[in-house]
Design a protein around this ligand. Structure first.
Ligand SMILES: Cc1cc2nc3c(=O)[nH]c(=O)nc-3n(C[C@H](O)[C@H](O)[C@H](O)COP(=O)(O)O)c2cc1C
Length: 389
């Protein structure tokens, strides 16, 4: 018999939410592995607040006084093998909407207090202890630390009832809503799809897929610069990066100290734009544990110098010269690099013809096709075919 999954998406943005952008590939992967899935959007439901009357425990056991959309949802919850709780992070927890749904699951437990392992809790009314739980969340900030309260809530629930089997927690989730970044961050959604497949075929998300799903889209500096530049409120002056980061902690490595992080832009009209966009096109899985500094010296302008730092599965772009010796330096006229970045010319051919030259570890240049995913706008190679989601 097929495994049945019910996903409850608590984002007020419903079907257009960042949460759904991660949830749906997960469910497609699960469906392709043989599961039957359904998504319920909390925003579509008429669900009253729990009023704490305890009627569902005392007067009408298992039945709430409110005859809204919750009884039908409880029926669904009772009859599936897996529940996916999906929510954006709102004030470090789940949305009020999803919390309201969760509170109204009170009829599914009995009032008695019993010892369950180390702690006490309520017994399940319908004894479906084998039901599994998955948590999918995304947050606006880039630090994973913000998920701690949500995870704690689920881990306590888990000890009480069933196990929180897998989590997908995505930072800088608003990047999922940026059309220009769609191609570049599709690796994340591919991993969510794999996670869905693995969850059904192997009973859990593999360590490798989980590791991919806990990678950030960009580095902290790039994120702060991009995020602050994206808010354009009338009458407010955006913070400088120095102000936002705090002087002391500005740039974490001595290598990049005093160098200006490049902020990706929507247009690709200069070589600076192209290099600024490369961290978005970066494929962390392809990089593995590569640690490299890649310098660009633009030969037709006197002092245009940029570099990329690749480390810990992340890539950042800077203007200027890195303090340490680059692993590879690419000397190129601006137009040559822009043409081959957008696929107008073939990178290898341009190299053979001497249109640009490199110093240092040429192996890194050879890896570019894999390290940087090509949007039409970006790198040397074409994308390698898209997974069905
Ligand atoms: C009211 C509100 C509270 C939020 N609280 C947090 C928060 O505590 N931490 C965080 O990193 N992001 C927070 N965010 C940002 C959202 O998590 C982020 O925008 C997310 O991508 C929205 O996902 P969605 O499209 O699935 O709703 C908050 C957003 C709103 C509107």
């Amino acid at each position: 018999m097929s495994i049945k999954i019910l996903a409850i998406n608590g984002s007020p943005r419903g079907r257009t939410s960042n949460t759904d952008k991660i949830l749906q590939p997960f469910l497609v992967g699960a469906t392709e592995a043989g599961a039957v899935t359904e998504t319920v959007y909390a925003i579509d439901l008429d669900i009253h607040d729990c009023t704490g009357c305890f009627s569902c425990w005392k007067k009408t056991p298992g039945k709430c006084i409110f005859n809204d959309d919750m009884p039908a949802l409880l029926e669904k919850i009772r009859n599936v093998d897996v529940i996916v709780w999906a929510t954006p992070l709102y004030y470090y927890g789940m949305t009020a909407r999803l919390q309201r749904v969760m509170e109204r699951t009170l009829p599914l437990v009995m009032p008695y207090i019993v010892k369950k392992g180390e702690h006490f809790g309520h017994p399940l009314r319908y004894q479906n202890y084998s039901q599994k739980t998955v948590l999918i969340s995304n947050c606006g900030f880039i630090e994973r630390y913000y998920f701690e309260a949500l995870l704690k809530q689920f881990s306590i629930l888990d000890r009480q009832e069933r196990s929180l089997d897998n989590t997908i927690l995505c930072t800088a989730g608003e990047m999922l809503a940026v059309p220009e970044a769609e191609q570049q961050i599709s690796w994340y959604l591919d991993a969510a799809y794999e996670a869905g497949k693995e969850f059904i075929t192997a009973g859990k998300i593999s360590t490798q897929t989980a590791a991919t799903l806990s990678k950030d889209f960009v580095t902290l500096e790039t994120f702060v610069a991009m995020a602050n530049a994206s808010w354009n409120a009338p009458g407010e002056t955006p913070l400088t990066l120095d102000e936002a980061m705090g002087r002391e902690s500005l740039y974490t490595t001595s290598d990049t100290k005093h160098c200006e992080p490049l902020i990706p832009t929507a247009q690709m009209t200069t070589i600076r734009d192209v290099i600024a966009g490369m961290p978005l096109a970066f494929q962390p899985q392809a990089a593995g544990n590569l640690k490299a500094t890649i310098a660009f010296y633009v030969t037709d302008t006197a002092d245009e110098k940029y570099f990329l730092k690749i480390e810990d599965g992340q890539c950042s772009a800077f203007a200027g010269v890195a303090a340490s010796e680059p692993d590879i330096t690419i000397h190129t006229p601006a137009q040559v690099w822009m043409d081959l970045s957008c696929g107008k010319t073939d990178g290898q051919q341009a190299f053979m013809e001497g249109q640009y030259r490199v110093e240092g570890n040429i192996q890194i240049l050879m890896m570019f096709n894999k390290l940087f995913k090509s949007a039409d706008t970006m790198m040397i190679s074409q994308p390698t075919g898209k997974k069905k989601r």
